[in-house]
Design a protein around this ligand. Structure first.
Ligand code: DC
Length: 232
């Protein structure tokens, strides 16, 4: 097994399963860079919403594909807030991309193969020659098929909706619990049934159902996994 600082850890799973909280905590603990791949699809969705590329509840697919070159996405570290933030064409959009509307369209634009190719390219570029913890849907299957550790993380849909709802309320975002649950179930369906890189377990991934687990328990679970891997 590689040195800790060179490890590539892929975390895939359903929406709002706590992937990013887990991945961030893990990255911090291991001293690795955290990359939120979903934020990139969210940034594309926001761009489409702001540039009349979504009209009558439909994405203007061809126009969006032609505009991909005009979309610059960066992940910058904000030392004041001690977090990584997503920037779209030079603008900090980290808070804007977390609402229900952007979530919904992120799922739609992420099903477009050309969008995926561009984002996967960016994800690999960002992680070049360094250890990372990256979360998403296709990290262990497409982005880093030879990741050192692959985790498929999930929780029951109702538990995920409850967590997401609480998080939105805390962040002052408007939504009802049922709206959030419907959104999660819709995204589960879209993410798992789309033709381009659907969400699926990598053959060599390890399942983690965190429905009834605290973050400490999840970290402990990971420590044991890492220890086992080092012994192998
Ligand atoms: O992880 P998230 O909820 O922020 O992701 C937003 C959307 O992007 C989600 O509907 C699925 C999609 N996505 C994807 O297709 N592939 C990834 N690697 C990450 C996210």
């Amino acid at each position: 097994m590689k040195n800790t600082e060179d490890l590539v850890i892929a975390i895939d799973g359903h929406s709002s399963g706590g992937k990013s909280t887990f991945a961030k905590a893990l990255a911090k603990k291991m001293g690795l860079t955290y990359v939120d791949s979903g934020a990139m699809y969210r940034a594309v969705a926001l761009y489409a919403l702001e540039n009349e590329l979504i009209v009558d509840e439909k994405v203007k697919r061809q126009d969006l594909i032609e505009r991909l070159d005009a979309i610059t996405i960066e992940i910058r570290f904000n030392s004041e807030k001690n977090r990584h933030e997503t920037w779209l064409n030079g603008r900090n959009i980290e808070d804007e991309i977390r609402g229900v509307e952007v979530s919904k369209w992120a799922s739609t634009v992420s099903a477009i193969p050309e969008v995926r190719i561009t984002m996967v390219d960016l994800q690999r570029k960002i992680s070049k020659n360094k250890g990372v913890v990256m979360d998403g849907r296709d990290i262990g299957t497409v982005v880093f098929p030879s990741a050192d550790i692959k985790i498929f993380l999930t929780a029951q849909a109702e538990v995920r909706a409850e967590r997401r709802y609480k998080e939105m309320v805390e962040n002052g975002l408007q939504a009802s619990y049922h709206e959030v649950l419907d959104n999660i179930m819709l995204r589960d369906h879209q993410d798992s049934t789309r033709e381009a890189s659907p969400l699926k377990r990598a053959k060599d991934s390890i399942d983690l159902d965190n429905s009834a687990m605290s973050m400490d328990e999840q970290m402990k679970w990971f420590e044991e996994l890492l220890e086992k891997r080092r012994e192998e």
